[in-house]
Design a protein around this ligand. Structure first.
Ligand SMILES: [Zn+2]
Ligand SMILES: [Zn+2]
Length: 235
């Protein structure tokens, strides 16, 4: 027996609450999924951290698919829908650090299937996984020591500067300490750029780099590591 939907007037097999399943999906959605989702991705090996675990993926596509699957798995179905699964995804923008994705969902209500969809923004934050951290931590070239301010404040500041300068690949590690923050770089140029930018913002002073001899490289040249110090007073 068919029933008319009071909202759209179509004759349907069943109602969800008071309306047909498509009106329900359109009005309430079928799962409680946040419109923006963020995950950390390792800029060296591409692993993605989801729900506290690092999962190896090979591309942005795979990272976004993994994130989407996790979101739907974690999502609560909208009452009275009992269960929701991810059917497929569609890219509204090209897979990148920030991607618009359409999730096609299927819900179950009293043994009946309900189709729904939702668009989300998936953001990937570049970082480094523990495995790569141990691999590259021995390979930094310059450390920028920032002193005289709270490490949490500095970390936020440094991350915003790195994002602005777009030099993720040149940052090896960021380590908070008691009196500030140590930022490890693959080259002295990147460290200087970040130090200058930070000095502008905080009014801090940069010391001349100190060189530390660390051995001889494969082409027979002396290898050195540099230390730059940025002092922020009154912070
Ligand atoms: Zn309807
Ligand atoms: Zn990694």
């Amino acid at each position: 027996m068919k029933t008319p939907c009071p909202r759209c007037g179509r004759q349907v097999d069943f109602l969800v609450g008071r309306v047909c399943s498509s009106c329900f999906a359109e009005t309430y959605g079928i799962a409680d999924i946040p419109s923006t989702a963020e995950a950390t991705i390792c800029r060296y090996c591409g692993s993605i951290r989801i729900g506290g675990r690092w999962i190896h993926v090979r591309s942005f596509d795979e990272a976004i698919e993994t994130l989407a699957a996790y979101l739907v798995k974690k999502a609560k179905p909208v009452e009275p829908i009992e269960k929701v699964v991810l059917v497929s995804i569609d890219y509204e923008t090209l897979p990148n650090w920030r991607t618009r994705v359409k999730l096609y969902l299927e819900g179950v209500y009293r043994g009946r299937s309900i189709q729904g969809y939702q668009s989300i923004t998936a953001r990937l934050r570049p970082s480094i996984c523990p495995l790569c951290k141990t691999k590259v931590s021995g390979e930094y070239d310059t450390v920028l020591q920032i002193r005289g301010a709270d490490s949490e404040y500095l970390e936020r500041l440094v991350e915003s500067v790195i994002r602005k300068l777009e030099i993720y690949e040149q940052v090896v590690d960021i380590i908070p300490g008691k009196n500030g923050l140590d930022v490890y770089f693959t080259n002295v140029g990147a460290a200087r750029k970040v130090a200058k930018e930070l000095a502008k913002i905080t009014g801090g002073k940069i010391t001349v780099p100190e060189y530390e001899y660390v051995g001889i490289n494969s082409s027979g040249k002396r290898r050195t590591r540099k230390t730059l110090v940025l002092r922020i007073s009154g912070g």
